[in-house]
Design a protein around this ligand. Structure first.
Ligand code: H91
Length: 587
């Protein structure tokens, strides 16, 4: 990892461990240096993105326009010459998928709470003219209040003439695809989303998919037949609702609409008011420093404020940012002699354009991207050439004095298959933030005090907030965080739905048991203390699945457990593999 690529992001955030990977992205946990707020940062390499770059543009454009209590908030976008960083709301509860499988299935009451939130998010997305087109429990995250947040807008569409216009691109995950979509027909985005929500509701209530098979073609045949089993525990009202969403033999026009879902008896059971789908977020307007009277009241105070009024990543609005510019001026004057003119950075404020007409043509996902989920007969959509980034404000970054990162290749304790291919982006590596880096960033923030006089008025307004942020900075500077070293004892963890408890008391015995099973199942792994970073490959050597297993110590009862986390790969295939591995361990 080149330090220069991370320099801009490290001015604002302290980067922590990788918490997941999308097809072409890495997601890291991070902390905002001034507010201390945890965020998730999606990191993409522009070169590796290749033809998928338009998808990123689509996702960023959509997320900038959308702001809703059940949609993961995009706070900040940073583009450097090689990387794109999306700073997102952190959802500690992880994927809804993992939550469902940890409970087998949800009760009707709990499914209703979640499903109301999903309907609310989708009603809002549709009201803004978008169709999501990749609804599934892996794309719904659980936040710290146990509420759902919708993610992954890379496949969304905003048809030119409105949502009633037909779309052609076949995309999304096979198991959630509507019949008209897999038939290659032109389809209405909102209707296809309703179908996927039907599959989602089934997954909530049953803990499995209505149309499932190892073979994708068989899945399609099942969808086209439209027959799914109704487990005996499903109530008649749940069954009725599922049938209204997963109507197959009839015209998709007869499928229930979002409008009808909002007051559907099943969704209303136990509730008196109609479902509130409108955004509860303050009305979107471009915020400038003048508007900010008290940044500390804002959810992501510094993130939102710092990047107000800024450019879109790929388009042509101006980048005007007080703190950022001040910071840059300061750095430039300090490092005049060291400028590296090959690196350009564009830091993008996330401001939403309320009635923007700019991005109305969003049915522009090409066939290759649509194929990402192995859709065997995806139709070519109308290709829209991707406008090359027009960077108006190019900011030269300064080479870092202290190395921000140290890359550590994990030691393989008892390798069964050694991981080869060190250049592969899927490579398992550990990243740590060195204390020098943290001090350096904070020093820059403190230097904000010396800004030039023309900025003084604006500065005065934000200064109170800066001081408030300072307290948190000081807390963060306190050398409480020890460098993580390879553990010689298991971590103590609380019971969590990603932790399987065992009958065992000896962690080493469990670890050996898992290692034996992994090698039997041809799962590659790297051991770091009590953590096993695992991956599987296809016959062609492509990494198909990546996950972590960690032997941990639980209290009450004092037993050992296995924490598991999927990093990459199909969620339901992962579920089967986990069941297989865990049942093979004599736990
Ligand atoms: N999957 C579809 O695994 C496979 C914790 C966690 C916490 C997150 C906040 C935002 C995002 C992910 C978070 C997350 C990809 C996020 C948002 C958008 C987006 C992407 C990620 C995984 C990637 C890691 C995710 C879950 C989904 C965790 N993740 N644990 N907060 O496009 Cl909009 Cl890729």
């Amino acid at each position: 990892m080149a330090v220069g690529d991370y320099e801009e992001i490290l001015k604002y955030y302290e980067l922590h461990e990788t918490i997941g990977t999308g097809g072409f992205a890495k997601v890291k946990l991070a902390r905002h240096l001034l507010t201390g707020e945890k965020v998730a940062i999606k990191i993409m390499d522009k070169f590796a993105l290749g033809d998928d770059l338009p998808r990123v543009k689509i996702e960023i454009d959509a997320m900038k326009n959308l702001s809703h209590q059940h949609i993961c908030q995009l706070y900040h976008v940073i583009e450097t010459s090689k990387k794109i960083f999306m700073v997102l709301e952190y959802c500690p509860g992880g994927e809804l998928f993992d939550y469902i499988i940890s409970k087998d299935r949800l009760s009707e009451e709990e499914a209703r709470v979640f499903f109301r939130q999903i309907v609310s998010a989708i009603a809002y997305v549709h009201s803004q003219g978008y169709a999501h087109r990749d609804l599934k429990p892996e794309n719904l995250l659980i936040d710290k209040e146990h509420n759902l947040k919708l993610i992954d807008f890379g496949l969304c569409a905003k048809p030119k003439g409105g949502l009633d216009y037909h779309l052609n691109t076949c995309c999304g995950s096979p198991a959630y695809a509507a019949p008209e979509l897999i038939q290659g027909k032109a389809y209405i985005g909102s209707e296809a989303d309703i179908w996927s929500m039907g599959v989602l509701l089934y997954a909530l209530l049953c803990g499995s998919l209505p149309f499932d098979d190892d073979n994708v073609m068989a899945v399609y045949r099942k969808i086209m037949r439209g027959k799914y089993s109704i487990p005996k525990w499903l109530s008649p009202s749940s069954t009725l609702l599922l049938n209204q969403m997963l109507q197959v033999k009839v015209d998709p026009k007869k499928r229930i609409t979002v409008k009808h879902l909002l007051s559907h008896p099943w969704l209303m059971q136990g509730y008196s008011d109609a479902l509130q789908w409108q955004s509860k977020h303050p009305s979107e307007k471009t915020m400038t420093c003048e508007d900010v009277s008290d940044c500390s009241e804002m959810p992501h105070a510094f993130g939102s404020m710092e990047f107000s009024d800024a450019a879109s990543l790929f388009e042509e609005s101006p980048l005007e940012e007080f703190i950022l510019n001040t910071r840059r001026r300061k750095q430039h004057s300090r490092h005049d002699a060291q400028l590296d003119d090959t690196e350009f950075t564009l830091s993008t404020p996330v401001t939403r354009k309320v009635a923007s007409k700019k991005h109305e043509n969003k049915e522009n996902i090409d066939t290759e991207s649509a194929l990402r989920n192995e859709m065997p007969f995806a139709l070519p959509g109308p290709k829209t050439p991707f406008a090359k980034s027009q960077i108006e404000t190019q900011v030269q970054t300064i080479p870092c004095q202290a190395p921000a990162f140290k890359e550590t290749q994990f030691t393989t304790a008892t390798p069964i298959k050694k991981l080869t291919n060190p250049t592969n982006t899927d490579e398992l590596t550990a990243t740590e933030v060195l204390p020098e880096r943290r001090c350096h960033s904070v020093e820059l923030d403190l230097n904000l005090a010396h800004v030039d006089s023309s900025q003084k008025k604006r500065k005065a307004k934000i200064f109170g907030s800066l001081e408030r942020g300072l307290d948190k900075v000081i807390t963060m500077l306190t050398p409480s965080k020890k460098k993580r070293s390879t553990r010689d004892h298991p971590r103590k963890l609380k019971a969590h739905y990603n932790v399987t408890t065992t009958q065992l008391l000896n962690p080493d015995q469990l670890l050996n048991e898992i290692i034996t099973v992994l090698s039997k199942k041809h799962v590659e792994y790297i051991q770091k203390g009590y953590t096993l970073k695992c991956q599987t490959r296809s016959d062609f050597g492509k990494v198909t699945m990546a996950f972590e297993l960690e032997v941990c110590q639980l209290s009450k009862p004092e037993v050992v457990g296995i924490r598991r986390q999927r990093l990459k790969g199909d969620a339901w295939v992962y579920k089967r593999l986990m069941e297989d591995i865990l049942s093979s361990c004599q736990v």
